[in-house]
Design a protein around this ligand. Structure first.
Ligand code: DC
Length: 224
């Protein structure tokens, strides 16, 4: 295929979408856009402003007001990008356990999704972008020339998340991590399905570099 100007990567939590997306964008010289940060930034703002996450109208109203930007990294502290919510750097704050617990609920509301999708499409249409999320290939950029649906078993995803936690000096028991992932799979079910023309990639035991090589081969028409 011709080099695709938009690459959509979808799949469940912990499947390695962010690692793959960032590596692939780097290899191609594209923008890496992790769309989950928008739902997270909205959730953080709701928690900070005392907006009740259980009331759809309140959260949808906030979604229409808040300006979320994803910019190149502004600090050399291991970040892949900088996330700004109304101009404030929230890059690390959106990874807190409170946000993690609330985000699936906020992401369920149709008014929230409409607004986030609209903003994501504006960025996607500029092209030369690797977009990572749950519904990129199905809803946000259904015309993306290359769609990848990344899968890994629950055990593998839990194992990777547990290692990540340890590296972030916030260790969690494997059972707890696995339980949280299974819960998020449930909560994300409403958006989580591969596009009919997505390339299915199961990556148990595959390194991110090997995945990127495979995708580059696929683009060049060489992959089996
Ligand atoms: O990928 P993540 O863990 O940062 O995503 C955070 C939440 O946002 C997760 O509950 C799923 C939701 N999400 C979504 O519904 N659609 C997207 N395109 C990206 C994320």
């Amino acid at each position: 295929m011709q080099q695709p100007l938009v690459i959509a990567i979808d799949g469940p939590a912990g499947a390695g979408k962010s690692t793959l997306g960032a590596l692939l964008a780097d290899r191609l010289g594209y923008l890496y856009f992790d769309t989950g940060v928008m739902y997270r930034a909205l959730t953080l703002a709701a928690l900070q402003e005392g907006v009740d996450l259980a009331v759809p109208e309140e959260v949808e109203d906030l979604a229409a007001r808040i300006v979320i930007e994803v910019a190149p990294p502004r600090e050399a502290d291991g970040r892949q990008y900088t996330v700004l919510a109304d101009g404030v750097d929230v890059t690390w704050a959106i990874r807190s356990p409170e946000v993690e617990r609330g985000v699936s609920l906020a992401a369920r509301y149709p008014g929230v999704r409409r607004e986030m999708v609209r903003q994501q499409q504006a960025i996607g249409r500029r092209g030369r972008v690797v977009m990572v999320g749950r519904d990129i290939g199905t809803v946000v950029m259904p015309d993306a020339p290359l769609k990848i649906y990344l899968e890994a078993s629950l055990d593998e995803r839990a194992r990777r998340r547990a290692i990540e936690r340890r590296q972030q000096r916030d260790p969690r028991p494997l059972d707890e991590v696995r339980f949280d992932l299974a819960r998020r799979d449930d909560m994300d079910q409403h958006v989580l399905r591969p596009a009919a023309d997505a390339v299915m990639l199961k990556n148990d035991g595959l390194s991110p570099e090997a995945e990127v090589d495979w995708i580059m081969d696929y683009i060049a028409g060489r992959a089996g």
